[in-house]
Each structure stands twice: as structure tokens, then as C-alpha cells.
Design a protein around this ligand. Sequence first.
Ligand SMILES: [Zn+2]
Ligand SMILES: [Zn+2]
Length: 202
Amino acid sequence: MTDTPRIHLGTALRRDADAHAEGTLDHLTYEQGGEEQRLTFAEPAPYEIDVNPLGGGEMYLQGEFSPTLVMECARCLRDVPVPLELQLGTLLRYDPAVTLPHLEEAESGEDVLVFGDPDLDLSAYLAETALLAAPLSVLHAPDCLGLCQVCGHDLNEGPCEHSARVPVEEIDDLLGIPEGTVHAKQNPFAGLRDLKLPEGDE
Ligand SMILES: [Zn+2]
Ligand SMILES: [Zn+2]
């Protein structure tokens, strides 16, 4: 297990030699917006990377990375492992003025990973690639029942007192009370209909 995925590009830069790195990661720590971020994987994530010099401080990186992200079920919030198989491929450009490796858009419109330390730390690049490939939301099972809206009980583990009651209330609301029944029963004048008014004097 490696702490930080690094690839040594000094020789690639000096002598146009190919470089290779591989290992497994149980997490990635990287900097984003001045804050340290941590991406933890559900199981050791293997990576394998090759870099081929293109000349003039530019190189091409390609490889594979198979992280299993931990996401929350959108309904019941339990952890869900999300395995990804990522094909990596990006241009690299060496610029000694750069402190943090980062992606830039090249004139061609392609992304270029710009770096200043020949001992290139790929943490941010791998984390960003994994997060971009992750689904927006996941369910731990297609028929996840979610949480009780009242008490937060996980309904996948069985009903709670609310789940037994709520449906009955819903049925009452649905059926409603037939229009006019209450009115007809309670109308104090309902009986007047049959009352015979006294005939007027003739
Ligand atoms: Zn769920
Ligand atoms: Zn409940």
C-alpha cells in the first residue's frame, strides 16, 4: 500500500525515457481550494500508470485506476460501495514555476496536467478523475424503502409505529367524507319540509 501515488519523471525529462508507476491506495489526500481533502476507498484501489515523453517538456500519461468509492444511498443514507474502472489518458507539461500539479486547458481544448516537481504527485489528479466519473446518486438496492419521515427509522429493517399508521390516515384522506351527509343529518330545518303550514283564514 502506498500513501501517495507518485511517478518519478526526472529521467523522462532529462533523457526522454519512459516512466512507470503502480501500487494500491486506500485513500487519497490532496489539496483543493487551499483545503486538504481526503477521499477514502472501500477497498484498496490499484493503479498503474505509464508516461511517455513527447519532447519539449511534454509527455503523455496513460493508465488504469480502479477505486471503489463510498457513497451514501440517496434514500436511506447507508454507505454504498461504488466500484469504478477508469482509463486514464492525459497530456503532461513540465513547468518549474508550478507548485501544485493541476489540470489546465490546452490550446487544443484538451486537458493538460501541469506540474513543477519532477517527482509528480498524482493524488489530486486521481481523486478528481474518480469524482468526475462517479454517479450523481446511488441506491443501496433498487427497492430501498428509505427512512421514516417522522422518526428516521430505516424502513429496510422493518416498519416503525409511524409506517403502520400513516397509510391508514392516507386512506381516510383519500376516501374523504361524502359531500352533504353531515349537513343533511345536522340541518335543523331538514324536518320542516314535511311540516304542513296552517291554512290561512278564508
Ligand atoms: Zn438505501
Ligand atoms: Zn417512524
